[in-house]
Write a protein that binds this ligand. Structure first.
Ligand code: URA
Length: 247
């Protein structure tokens, strides 16, 4: 890709993402647009190896810019927007979902659909929020067509982004949502119920797997198990539980 085109593309994506974040938070943006011109120059026309090297050296916002222009797997051909993730670094908890759905693909922001609103309520119940102490992302950053499960080669192409996000965000704990994310991270082929209800370790980071909010919306009887998993995580992180009537 030409340097100017890449620079324009990075700027357009940044502006869109900034506007969506402002819309969600209801606050004016405090962030200044990074210098995409020199960054684009360093990326333009790079072969895959050099692209990977740039990922290695990137900070969290450069990484998001790289993900937005990624063409390493066929999902890049069908996406509207890549969805790098959002939240804070040095997060208490990193949330890892499966992959963007329709609304995330349209907006470029993770977990904004019905499942996302439900997830925000779960987070709030244990004193967490995506603006303050959480980083939210997915194992694949582009929407699989028709919301099918990501293919192993798509997960593999995206793996370096998740790896890098984990090392930059340095979460105190990880919460995986759903069987696909749990199996990918724990490198197994288990049922969700065999993974939930206990702590695992991922690169020495404590990790909990629970049901995906979309699955709970389909079957509300799973709420009890989710609440038990959230309480276990909150107790470990010493986070106060927030009941509906207050704390
Ligand atoms: N489901 C996911 O797994 N991730 C999203 O970002 C949205 C829905």
């Amino acid at each position: 890709m030409e340097h100017d085109t890449l620079s324009d593309l990075l700027q357009a994506h940044w502006l869109l993402y900034d506007q969506v974040e402002q819309f969600i938070s209801g606050e004016e943006s405090k962030e200044q647009m990074p210098d995409f011109s020199s960054f684009a120059e360093s990326l333009a026309e790079k072969p895959a190896d050099e692209f990977r090297e740039s990922v290695d050296k990137a900070n969290i916002s450069q990484l998001a810019s790289l993900i937005r222009v990624c063409e390493l797997c066929p999902l890049s051909q069908t996406r509207l927007n890549a969805v790098p993730g959002m939240g804070v670094i040095n997060a208490k908890v990193m949330i890892i979902g499966e992959g963007p759905g329709e609304w995330e693909d349209k907006s470029g922001v993770p977990f904004v659909g019905r499942a996302g609103k439900f997830l925000d309520a779960w987070l709030q119940s244990i004193s967490l929020s995506r603006d303050e102490n959480v980083f939210i992302t997915n194992i694949v950053k582009c929407r699989p067509p028709g919301n099918r499960n990501p293919k192993p080669e798509e997960e593999a192409a995206c793996e370096m982004y998740l790896d890098k996000q984990i090392s930059l965000v340095k979460p105190e704990a990880i919460l995986c949502l759903g069987k696909v994310a749990g199996n990918h991270i724990l490198q197994r082929q288990g049922t969700l119920s065999s993974m939930r209800g206990t702590f695992h370790q991922y690169r020495s980071i404590p990790l909990v797997v629970t049901y995906h909010p979309a699955a709970v919306l389909r079957n509300m009887s799973l709420r009890r198990d989710v609440w038990n998993d959230l309480k276990m995580l909150a107790a470990f992180l010493k986070l106060p539980l927030v009941t509906k009537r207050g704390t």
